[in-house]
Design a protein around this ligand. Structure first.
Ligand code: GRF
Length: 196
């Protein structure tokens, strides 16, 4: 009999939490553990979900801190209490400073709704359609202090339909995200991701 999953993943959220849900639901299948959830937004549906699932959840409300550095110190303390091997940003809407990023360098991941380096930043689905992109998708990457610019770990793509609109494309990419992020953490748990 095995000892159960040993890779501890902390998930950092701000909003809806559909990626959190996918990460949590697929944890057993991919053999990692969601150690807990940290949110900057007390009203995030993701916080609700985590509580209902009995996951450890901590709110660090950025509005309660005078500076970004103070907020990020509190965020780091909350994360460190979860003793995570990996920190997975999943719809976290604050930009993180260089000190925070350096502190967790090599184990801080993000999921982004485009095939990076195409379409960093916001509103990716609309921009992809306007650019006439034939393929679109999602990327899991290491976080560095370049916005959406860290090393890419894995991507999932799909063909853009001829008459596709933003909501339809967004929904199809989101479904891909829900496969990709747990898959990547499974690879990480099996030791298949090397960070040099
Ligand atoms: C996802 O599209 C993710 O790629 C981006 O923010 C969105 C979060 O959605 N970073 P959810 O909160 O996981 O539902």
């Amino acid at each position: 009999m095995g000892l159960g999953p040993s890779l501890r993943v902390a998930v950092v959220v701000s909003g809806r939490g559909s990626n959190l849900r996918a990460l949590h639901e697929k944890a057993a299948q991919y053999e990692y553990l969601v150690a807990g959830v940290v949110s900057n937004n007390p009203a995030a549906p993701a916080v609700d979900y985590a509580s209902r699932q009995g996951l450890p959840v901590c709110v660090v409300d950025h509005r309660a801190y005078a500076t970004r550095a103070l907020f990020e110190d509190a965020l780091a303390s909350a994360l460190d209490r979860l003793n995570p091997d990996v920190i997975a940003l999943a719809g976290f809407l604050r930009v993180l400073g260089a000190d925070f990023v350096r502190r967790y360098q090599g184990r801080l991941l993000n999921i982004h709704p485009s095939l990076l380096p195409a379409f960093p930043g916001l509103d990716t689905h609309r921009r992809a359609l306007e650019a006439g992109a034939r393929v679109h998708g999602a990327t899991v990457h290491l976080v560095t202090d370049a916005l959406d610019g860290g090393p890419i770990i894995a991507q999932a793509g799909l063909p853009v339909g001829p008459a596709e609109d933003v909501p339809a494309l967004a929904a199809r990419v989101l479904a891909l995200e829900h496969e990709l992020y747990p898959y990547v953490l499974g690879c990480w748990a099996r030791g298949e991701v090397a960070v040099r």
